[in-house]
Design a protein around this ligand. Sequence first.
Ligand code: SF4
Length: 339
Amino acid sequence: MSLLEVKNLKVHFPVKQGLFSRVKGHVKAVDDVSLRIEPGETLGLVGESGCGKTTLGRAIIRLIEPTAGSVLFDGEDISKLTGSELRSRRRKFQMIFQDPYNSLNPRMTVEQIIGEAIDIHRLAENPAARRKRILELLEAVGLNSSHAQRYPHEFSGGQRQRIGIARALAVEPQLIVCDEPVSALDVSVQAQIINLLQDLQRQRGIAFLFIAHDLAVVEHISHRVMVMYLGKAVEVAEAKELIRNPRHPYTEALLSAVPEVDPASKRKRILLPGDVPSPISPPSGCPFHPRCPYAQPVCKTDVPPLREISPGHRSACHFAEEVGGEKLMAGTSGIQKPA
Ligand code: SF4
């Protein structure tokens, strides 16, 4: 049994207009996404800004209410839980945020911030045990006892992210949703935080849903990767397989913008025309067709299902088998572009 199994999850937000706030449509931020994460595994989630990856992460841990679908955690459907039942399960899944400063109460010391999580779930029998636990957590994330009485503004960005990680660890979670946790940090500090997360995973067996827009970062930390576009999963594969052998034109374009992912790669840069379409009125058929260098007439009318093209590798493209082939590189030759 998987630690996390998400089935057909949808998060649709109503778009209201006018004096009477009539609903004129829906933003399909997450549209029928399924995924699974095994204990101790990292699933990377990538896509451009606005593709729905953060909304998906928040809906999984119920910071946003899903519109439809189910979220099975350890076999239990947490999408139906409410009140005290949900609060007690929350201990098992935590989140760390892109901007640790905004997620840390500026009026609380580090000890109070970490201690609050311990108190909510009654994880220390007495003040001495609580203090011991806080100091152990600080040490686990590379801080020390001298940091306990300081306030968030006294720390660097990387140190604040370490405090956020310590707070998440305080309740001994089995899954942490990492929402772009290194995007706001310098490259050298990014590597330190990534290494810390990997060490913690090895020591504690924690699973991560690692959300990022940078494929190089995701490839480094993830066992498997899911690529999202306009609220949908368009490709899923083991990290190395996805990098070496992308089978969706959108993944191929993302990869072509990151040459350092595979220095031996002879990939040409693929510049996608236009912007990501509005999720209020997504394109018909394949949502990527207005920007896709391989698009065919069928792409405008038929939605490509996310289908398995080799063991563990799934792509939502009608022409997944041809994508990336030597004779079929996007923008050169191969599949005819529509007239
Ligand atoms: Fe491109 Fe068509 Fe594949 Fe969509 S289904 S990614 S438009 S080739």
